[in-house]
Design a protein around this ligand. Structure first.
Ligand code: F1P
Length: 348
C-alpha cells in the first residue's frame, strides 16, 4: 500500500498546518499571569505526559519559576509523592494558588480528567487545558487552548502531539513575556515543511533497516521529553525495543547495550553540542549506528535560525517518519498499534 493510504502518514505530513493553528490559538487567548502562582504543574498520560516533561522544563527555563511534570495517574493516586501537598492554598488565603496545566489529545482520558477535577476541588487551583478536542477536559479548564487542527484518526499521536507541543511552547513564551520568541515561532511551519521534504528519504532509510533491533533516543534539558516521545513512537508503531535517556546518563550503564544492532539517536542542543556529540561519537566507536539531529552540522540539520528554546518541534517529524517507515518495513499497520486504543478510559 502506498504511504498516503495510512492516516498516520497523512497526519505527520500535514502537521505544520496544525502548528500554525496552535500559534493562532495561543496568541489569541487570554492567559493567566505567571506571578499569581506558587507552583505550576504540567500533567498528562503517555504522549501527553512526555509533552508535560518538555513543557515544564521550558517553563522553568524561560520564567525562572519552578515547574514540574507528573503523570496524571500519580497526581491522582499518589499526590503526596509528586507535589508539595503541605503548600496547598491555606483556608486563610495567605499563600498563592497553584496552576495545573492538563494536557490531553482527546480530553477524555480518565486519569487526566479525574486529576484535574480533584486538583481543582481540593487545592483551589486553577486549571489550564491544552487539548485537540472541545470535550470534558476543555470544559473543566479555567482557560482551555483547543487546537482543533491537531485532531487525528490514528492511535499513536503525531500531528496532535506536535500541535499541543507548539501550543505549550507558545504558552511558556507568553507567560515569560517573550514576544521575541513568539514572533520567531512564526517561522516554524515553513521550516517544518522544508525539513519533511528534505529528510523524508533519510528517515525512510534508517527506519527500514531491519538489521537494527534497538533504538535509544538521547535528549537533555528541554529536549528530554521529546526524546521520550520519539521512543514511544518507536514502541507503539514498530514494536521495537526503545528507550530514552538524558545524553550523559547514557554512559552510566545503558551503553552496555550498544552493539552493531543499536541505533542511538541524538536530539542535540546548540548550548551543549560538544558534550552531546562526544556521547554519540563514543557510541559510534562501540559499533552503534548514530543519528544526529541539530540546528547545524548533523545528519538532520534544521538550519532554522529560530532560537533554541522554541525550535524543539523541529525534532519531531523526521523521527515520526522513521517510526512510520519501520512499521511498514516490519509488516505492521502504523495506524493500529498492537494492544492500544486512542484513549484509555477507566472505571475509577
Ligand atoms: C493519552 C494516551 C496516548 C497513547 C495511547 C493512549 O491520550 O496515553 O498518548 O498513544 O494510545 O492514550 P490523551 O489523554 O492525550 O488523549
Amino acid at each position: 500500500m502506498p504511504p498516503e493510504n495510512y492516516a498516520t502518514y497523512r497526519e505527520i505530513k500535514s502537521q505544520t498546518e496544525a502548528w500554525r493553528n496552535a500559534l493562532a490559538v495561543v496568541n489569541g487567548a487570554l492567559l493567566p499571569d505567571a506571578t499569581r502562582y506558587e507552583q505550576i504543574i504540567f500533567t498528562g498520560c503517555g504522549s501527553t505526559y512526555y509533552l508535560s516533561l518538555a513543557a515544564a522544563a521550558l517553563y522553568q527555563e524561560l520564567t525562572g519559576c519552578a515547574a514540574c511534570a507528573v503523570p496524571a495517574s500519580e497526581l491522582l493516586l499518589n499526590p503526596q509523592t509528586v507535589v508539595q501537598v503541605g503548600r496547598a492554598a491555606s483556608p486563610k488565603g495567605d499563600n498563592l494558588p497553584s496552576l495545573l496545566v492538563a494536557i490531553s489529545r482527546s480530553g477524555t482520558t480518565t486519569e487526566t480528567v479525574k486529576a484535574g477535577e480533584k486538583f481543582k476541588a481540593e487545592r483551589h487551583a486553577d486549571v489550564l487545558v491544552i487539548t485537540n478536542y472541545d470535550t470534558t477536559l476543555a470544559n473543566l479548564g479555567d482557560v482551555s487552548l483547543v487546537i482543533t487542527g491537531g485532531q487525528e484518526e490514528s492511535v499513536a499521536q503525531t500531528r496532535s502531539f506536535a500541535s499541543m507541543y507548539v501550543a505549550a511552547n507558545a504558552f511558556c513564551a507568553r507567560l515569560a513575556g517573550r514576544r521575541d520568541l513568539l514572533d520567531a515561532m512564526n517561522k516554524l511551519p515553513e521550516t517544518g515543511d522544508w525539513l519533511i521534504s528534505h529528510y523524508e528519504a533519510f528517515a525512510k532509510e534508517i527506519g527500514e533497516s531491519l538489521d537494527s533491533d534497538r533504538f535509544y533516543f538521547l535528549g537533555s534539558g528541554i529536549r528530554y521529553g521529546l526524546a521520550c516521545e520519539a521512543n514511544l513512537k518507536m514502541k507503539e508503531m514498530t514494536l521495537t525495543h526503545s528507550e530514552p535517556f538524558h545524553f550523559l546518563e547514557f554512559r552510566h550503564g545503558p551503553m552496555s547495550m550498544v552493539n552493531e544492532k543499536a541505533v542511538v539517536v541524538g536530539l542535540l542542543s546548540e548550548s551543549n553540542f560538544s558534550h552531546e556529540q562526544a556521547v554519540l561519537n563514543e557510541m559510534h566507536a562501540l559499533g552503534g549506528k548514530t543519528v544526529a539531529l541539530a540546528e547545524l552540522d548533523a545528519d538532520v540539520s534544521f538550519e532554522s535560525r529560530i532560537p533554541e528554546s522554541v525550535r524543539g518541534v523541529l525534532y519531531l517529524p523526521v523521527l515520526q517518519l522513521m517510526a512510520f517507515y519501520r512499521s511498514l518495513a516490519k509488516g505492521l499497520n502504523p495506524d493500529r498499534p498492537k494492544n492500544l486504543t486512542a484513549v484509555v478510559q477507566l472505571d475509577m
